[in-house]
Design a protein around this ligand. Sequence first.
Ligand SMILES: *Cc1c(COP(=O)(O)O)cnc(C)c1O
Length: 471
Amino acid sequence: MMDLEEFRREAHKMVDFMADYLASLEEYPVKSRNSPGEVYDSVPNVPPPSGEGMDVIMADFNKNILPGMTHWQSPNFYAYFPANSSYPSLLAEMLTATMGAQCMIWDTSPAAAELEEKMMDWLKNAMRLPESWQGVIQDTASTATLCAILTAREVKTDFTINKEGVSGKTLRVYCSTETHSSIEKAVKIAGLGSRNLVKIPVDENNAMIPAELEKSIIADKAKGFIPCCVVGALGTTGTCAVDPVKEISGICKEHDVWFHIDAAYAGSALLLPEYSSLLEGIEDADSFVFNPHKWLFTNFDCTAYYVKDADALIKTFSILPEYLKTDSRGQVNDYRDWGVPLGRRFRALKLWFVLRNFGMEEILRRLRFHISLAEDLEKNINDHPDFEMVTPRNFNLVCFRFAPKGKTEEELEALNKALLKQLNDSGKVFLTHTKVKGTYVIRMVTGQTYLEQRHVEAAWELIKSTASGLS
Ligand SMILES: *Cc1c(COP(=O)(O)O)cnc(C)c1O
């Protein structure tokens, strides 16, 4: 077992290891090439009886663990959505781990609670969210959406389901056919039944059709169902489509339905004034979530969840056992009452480090740079006879396919699957796919912290040359 002096030595070595890793990110295959079971089988079945030195442990890390990692911080990572980190974020995570505080209530670390409140204010004001709203840091957008649906459930039933359980009432939740799986998961967990999640059709831009939403709400009311919550997407996972916030919030207000906005990924773009029109009508919404841990240079996990009515949220979740009663209650925020878990990490610290060390100008510059890279890519795709954009670009997500002339739809799907596989197998890039109205498309997100123009240019060259080798 190490002592403090050995910890100091090892920690210095570790920082060098970390910096070397970050310096050599481009040398690793972006997506792990491991087969199922490789790491499991490489690790002994029982822990060692006597302690081992860090040199032995790190040798095994290099040999067995690192090859089983997909390198999310590689600038050549274009898959899913990014889970960005950055140097100041990493330093804050080191401090957070060192203090190892459990920040469940104000008393267990006043600085954690108060910095969280301030950071949520910073982001709220920077995004021009309504001033009276209040924010809390959650672990994931999935949890925040669960909180929204649970709060909506309680508000719509005068807080009776918390006490009596769900029975005899049919509460309905609405989202578009394109919305994230976390909504169905939340509906299931909330006990509402996944058959009561109504999927509203989308238009040609994959955005929810408000008239269809209103039709469903009216039809449900006629059947005696209770319309409970609408989840609108500001940036769907498939194509980053944006549901019309203003129209939907009007409908929700009219029919007295909770309106939750899932901006998990694209929410960061709302820091840019040029996108502020997307938030028109938000004052009539009820809650909003976005993930600084995706596209705001802050390590996972860090989700910003904003609500119009914090009392309703707290009333939904608060339970006060004797051992958590404190003198400060009522004067401060005890964030354990603002969500599902009791225990909480000090997540505001990394946000504070990131926002201060970057500064808002640099953050906005980076976001715009990432969007401009996607614009360039879109232009290249549109200019190429054998490639096409399958949907218009939204923010910094490009959905395209290889589409040489004279092929059937089946042939094109097979070609694009083969293209994606070869690209990812090369280790030089990692992209993922989705289906847009049945069409297989390749998704490319240009949002990684360390991304430069040369990376996107090289990726485009690789995509073209790999594709021409296929046909
Ligand atoms: C990523 C994503 C989620 C889920 O985010 P987690 O923080 O991983 O739960 C939800 N909705 C959308 C639109 C997303 O892009």
